[in-house]
Design a protein around this ligand. Structure first.
Ligand code: ZN
Ligand code: ZN
Length: 361
């Protein structure tokens, strides 16, 4: 897929006009790729109302010329910011945005030094989430790639459901998942698989250990695949073998999380805020007496990054609009016992969400 770079640049220029910027310098890796189609891992974009320049070093200039066809490619020599100094004079811009949430102190200092050497009136102005807000609304081709990545995660979950047994270790299962997804066509995984068994399942971001599964224990499995640069994100909580006699806690907790998940997925509508969406699931969990046990947000956007806009959490004012892709992932975590999380990937379409994750719950 060749992305529609002119269309994306046009959207960005609309945002520049709204925020009264003459240009922006892009250094965040996913934003750089999104706006240029350049897959190299080093370089900066300088985009003004009428120009698009990509600065990269000699390792990438040829690749940049091939991939970033909408850009004029300039070569960075050594560690100097001469390229920037030169562009300041040439582009005649006054208000230049930079990505405040991403740039380092040293990068900002080098930009400032170049401005002062050039004795330019240029002002460097912080921006926040400008490109991210454009990325949050997906194009049809992007949704297709995410759906493919979701399908690989689904197959991996089906596979694990078939092999999981008492005595297996968290690390062993995490490796089996990783191998399976790579063989199914996933690029390197967007995040390390979470396999959290027994009491470890009470830790939402547990990293796999040598711990082996006991009979009847919950195992939280949170995995993602990547296709064409786009991620998926999926969680299921499996029980190892038959339930241990007299343990109905698992069923009670599981049933509550399922109801919370279905309430949110069923009732989220277009235009709702991320905070309101979060409330739909949180209410179910609160009513069941587990308000203390759902300590994270309901969900997050997924795309080139595994966590991106929009945010679905108690205080999020992000509006959920058409063609956004995000997760719905309530959980209940009980220290000492374990936890249950169920996460589906959904896309906002025709006013409601469509679930991309297909594996059973
Ligand atoms: Zn996840
Ligand atoms: Zn997630």
């Amino acid at each position: 897929m060749t992305p529609n770079i002119p269309g994306r640049l046009e959207k960005l220029r609309g945002k520049l006009a709204e925020t009264e910027l003459d240009g922006i310098i892009i250094s965040q890796p996913e934003n750089r790729y999104y706006l240029s189609n350049f897959l190299g891992t080093a370089g900066y974009l300088l985009i003004t109302r009428s120009e698009a320049v990509l600065a990269t070093d000699f390792r990438y200039t040829e690749q940049a010329n091939e991939q970033a066809t909408a850009y004029r490619v300039v070569q960075i020599v050594g560690s100097a910011f001469d390229w920037f100094l030169q562009l300041i004079g040439e582009l005649r811009i006054n208000r230049l945005g930079f990505e405040a949430g991403h740039v380092t102190f040293s990068f900002h200092r080098r930009l400032s030094e170049a401005v002062s050497i050039a004795q330019s009136p240029l002002q460097l102005l912080p921006t926040d989430g400008l490109v991210e807000s454009i990325r949050a609304v997906k194009e049809p081709e992007e949704i297709e790639l995410i759906a493919k990545a979701a399908q690989i995660a689904d197959s991996a979950m089906d596979y694990v459901r078939g092999i999981i047994r008492a005595g297996m270790t968290e690390k062993g299962v995490a490796w089996a998942i990783e191998k399976f997804m790579r063989e199914q066509g996933s690029q390197s995984l967007p995040f390390e698989a979470i396999v959290a068994s027994g009491p470890n399942a009470a830790l939402p971001h547990h990293r796999p250990t040598e711990r082996s599964f006991g009979q009847g224990e919950p195992v939280v499995i949170d995995i993602g695949a990547k296709v064409g640069g786009y991620c998926s994100d999926l969680t299921r909580t499996l029980r190892v073998g038959a339930p241990v006699h007299g343990d109905d806690l698992f069923n009670r907790v599981y049933d509550t999380v399922i109801r919370a998940q279905q309430a949110a997925a069923g009732m989220i509508f277009e235009g709702m805020s991320g905070g309101e969406a979060d409330g739909l699931a949180r209410r179910v969990i609160d009513d069941a007496g587990y308000s203390h046990a759902f300590g994270h947000s309901l969900g997050h956007g997924v795309g080139l990054a595994e966590h991106e806009q929009p945010r679905l959490g108690p205080n999020s004012s992000d509006a959920l609009v058409s063609n956004m892709v995000f997760t719905v992932e309530p959980g209940i975590y009980l220290p000492g016992w374990g936890g249950v999380r169920i996460e589906d990937l959904v896309v906002m379409e025709n006013g409601r969400v469509r679930t991309l994750s297909k594996t059973e719950k």
